[in-house]
Each structure stands twice: as C-alpha cells, then as structure tokens.
Design a protein around this ligand. Sequence first.
Ligand code: ATP
Ligand code: MG
Length: 254
Amino acid sequence: MNAVTTENLNLWFGNQQVLNGITFAVNKGEVVAFLGPSGCGKSTLLRVLGGIIPKITPARVEGKVYLFDSPLEETKAGAIDLMSQEGSLLSWRTALENTQLGMEILGRRNHRNKAQELLQKVGLNGFCQRLPRELSGGMRQRVALAATLITQPELLLMDEPLANLDSLTRESMWQLIEELINQNLIKTALFVTHSIEEAVVLANRIFRMSSCPCRIIEDVPVEIPRPRIKSNGALDPSCLELANYLRAKIRGDQ
Ligand SMILES: Nc1ncnc2c1ncn2[C@@H]1O[C@H](COP(=O)(O)OP(=O)(O)OP(=O)(O)O)[C@@H](O)[C@H]1O
Ligand SMILES: [Mg+2]
C-alpha cells in the first residue's frame, strides 16, 4: 500500500511558484528524507501533505495528493501528525501535559501512563512536571517528539525535527529515532533536514530537491542495514560513503 502519493503537485503563493511538478510515491513503512536548499519549498510541501495548505494558509494548489490511497481530504483525524519547524509546545502546560495533548484533542482516555512511558523513552523521566521554559532546547524537541508519537500516527511528517540541537544531542536523537523505527513506534515518516548525515542515517530513501520552485531531482535509495550507528556512536562507514556522494552532488547543483 502507498502511504503518500503525489501527482504533478504545483503550488503558487501569489505569483511565486514554490512547488513544481512534485510526483512521488512512498510505501507504507518507508522513512523518507527531503534534502534541499533553504527556501526551496520543503516546509511548504510538508504543510500541503499535513492538510494545512491550502486549508489554513491560502495558496493555489494544483495536482493530486493521496494518503493511504485515499484523497488527502478524506484522511481521518489522528492518522497523520505534523511536527513543525517552529516547535509547538504550549508554554503553560508541563512536559507531561504537552505530551498528552493529542490524545485529549482526539477524545481518547487513559493517556497519562502512555505519556509517562513515552517521556521515559525519550530520556525525560525526571522532567514530566517541568514547563517548556524550564527545559533545554534539546529536551523541548524530545517532548515534541513524544507528543507527536502518542497518537501513534500512521504517517509522521517532521520538519527539521532536530534543528538547533548540539551535535551530541542530535546524534543521541538519531539513535533514539532508529530505535523507535525498529520498535515500529515510528511507522511511515517523511522528514525535512539540512543534514546530509541525518538523512543517510535515518531514511530508507532520500529525495534531493532543487532550488525554488522545487522539484525532486533525485530519488536515492538508502539500503544500508540498521543499526547504522554503532554503540560507540560512530556511523557505519557506508553511511559516510553515501553522505560524501550526496555532498558532491549537492555542490554540483549550486
Ligand atoms: N505563507 C506563505 N506566504 C507566502 N510565501 C510563502 C509562505 N510560506 C512560504 N513562502 C515562500 O515559499 C518559499 C518556500 O518556503 P519554505 O518555507 O517552504 O522553504 P524551505 O525549503 O522549508 O526553507 P528552509 O530550509 O529555510 O526551512 C519561500 O520563498 C517562502 O518565502
Ligand atoms: Mg522549512
């Protein structure tokens, strides 16, 4: 089954074309990274897939989007979750309360234990009662990840989920996300990143995007077995090789 299919997706904000004939199909269970220059349209694409554009942010959109083989408009609440680039914790709710929010919105019960369990998984066991301002940036991103996972979305859309983290925290998050993929807690996921290494470590496929108006210029399979991060934190040598290949290609695009 396809999780996401787009057919000749074009988008304009006013006179500016941002998406240019985006066509792809992602299978259920795949983890896909979008890699492309700043301002090319990656967040815009994710926001279209998340149903925010054109519903909340107006734009002219042409083309088709199917999620799980049904038109995007027919997707049921809770099936997809978009973790935005800006972060989305509510400042007046504790880490635990922020984690539970999605379940409350969907009207589901008995989510306190589940929220606690997820916060433990992301290494925040002792921080459940802290407010966002009492947490570091990396901790806030881990809460946002737990809050996204609690509804067990069939499709996870993440816009630069690990931006603004120091490199060690970022690498420990790569390990955590790999574990969540292995445990099937992250099912199908599409994420945006500026880090070539992050794309190579986490994704099964990488879509290399052009500058704006953005199109997919290469669909790169990543067939490196998991885990791709060794217990000492080093990356599998095949990851480094693929990252170097991509880096050379991206430099060639500029
Ligand atoms: N709501 C909007 N109204 C008008 N133009 C917009 C809107 N959102 C984005 N744009 C424009 O669309 C283009 C693509 O923006 P987008 O945020 O999708 O880029 P991006 O690839 O995510 O960039 P970055 O890597 O810097 O996050 C930019 O030129 C931006 O100015
Ligand atoms: Mg963006």
